[in-house]
Design a binder for this molecule. Structure first.
Ligand code: PLP
Length: 355
């Protein structure tokens, strides 16, 4: 606190990201990073972009990257927006599309940045409770609202809605912007992008941080009707004209072009997720059905905080939220097979010592 702070800063509720430790001996299963690393072709493109051209500003429209994304997803470049990570894209979405004259609907248990952005931008929210099995119930969204945002699959539960269900939500609210945050969609859920052509109220947000293992590069994007993209561009050009540097634009294009690497690595993450879920179940954990690169799990006989602290003592980081309904759950990122094995060993130790 300081007398120099603005009122806005006094009132903020900043998002608290998972720990990024300096120690490299920790097994990091707490922030949903991809253990397999980026495409070698992306790394090569990033290195090649580190040349004298860096003295020049990058393309403010990221034209080549937007064209590559448009080709990849079968839309027009005018239907694509890119930003410095999808968190920045989402910030522009909150300002440009979700701040309406009626409350914003989002799940009560969801990505922690949504309430943070509501606070920052003065948006009134009406959180919609997940049902008893932590699912989004579409009928609960049949209420007056200004706009809707849901992650699909939801975070931190990992549970996804089908494309048919997303279509039903869009059709129930044809006059409201509906944003689907697909940060984890590549790990097994159905993308809503094919619905963009027939639903001018739909905006789909994705990221290269998870399925393309480029969290450190900061590239996110949104796909939707041209009018929605124009709104985001107006906000961006009132904030930062050059959100993506030259290496980021080049690396993102190369990552998109390496389809073989993308398919191979996401299949590996999905297979490892299934092994992780089965191993947890075998050790007495309840595991929600995940289509993400993490699982959300609890042990009926052990407190979440105790397990998270015990794991940390064994040098394994997982995410634990001190939020009433989910305080006994752990969100565990899918790591390499060796990391999964180390997690299992550490968990067995915790279960045995916490009696
Ligand atoms: C990780 C995540 C993001 C943000 O990813 P960026 O790294 O900023 O692209 C957005 N939404 C959800 C639900 C996430 O889990």
């Amino acid at each position: 606190m300081s007398r120099f702070w603005s009122k806005i800063v006094h009132d903020l509720h900043p998002y608290v990201p998972g720990e990024q430790p300096n120690a490299s001996n920790l097994i990091k299963l707490n922030t949903n990073e991809n253990p397999l690393g980026p495409s070698p072709l992306a790394l090569e493109a990033i290195r090649a972009a580190a040349d004298d051209m860096l003295r020049l500003y990058p393309d403010p429209q990221a034209t080549a990257l937007r064209q590559a994304l448009a080709r990849y997803y079968g839309v027009r470049p005018e239907q694509v927006f890119v930003g410095n990570g999808s968190d920045e894209v989402l910030a522009h979405v909150f300002v440009g599309l979700l701040k309406q004259d009626a409350p914003l609907l989002h799940p009560d248990i969801t990505y922690g940045f949504y309430p943070t952005y509501c606070k920052l931008f003065g948006i009134e929210a009406d959180p919609v409770p997940l049902d008893a099995s932590f699912r989004i119930r579409l009928a609960d969204y049949d209420r007056p609202c200004g706009a809707i945002i849901i992650p699909n699959p939801n975070a931190p539960t990992g549970i996804a809605l089908s494309r048919t269900e997303i279509a039903a939500l869009l059709e129930a609210h044809p006059d409201r912007p509906v944003v689907v945050d697909e940060a984890y969609v590549d790990f097994g859920a159905e993308s809503a992008i094919p619905l963009v052509a027939s639903h001018p109220n739909l905006l789909v947000v994705q990221t290269m941080s998870k399925s393309r293992a480029l969290a450190g590069l900061r590239v996110g994007y949104a796909i939707g009707d041209t009018a929605l993209i124009q709104a985001l561009t107006r906000v961006k050009d009132s904030f930062n004209s050059y959100p993506l540097g030259r290496p980021a634009q080049a690396g993102a294009i190369a990552a998109l072009e390496d389809e073989a690497y993308f398919q191979r690595t996401r299949a590996m993450v999905i297979a490892e997720r299934n092994r992780l879920s089965e191993g947890l179940a075998k050790r007495g954990f309840e595991v929600l059905p995940s289509t993400a690169n993490f699982v959300f799990t609890r042990h009926p006989a052990h407190e979440g905080a105790t397990l998270a602290a015990g794991l940390r003592e064994s040098a394994v980081l997982v995410r634990h939220f001190t939020i009433p309904r989910i305080a006994d759950y752990l969100r565990i990122t899918v790591g390499t097979s060796a990391e999964t094995d180390a997690l299992f060993d550490a968990l067995e130790h915790c279960l045995a010592s916490d009696r």
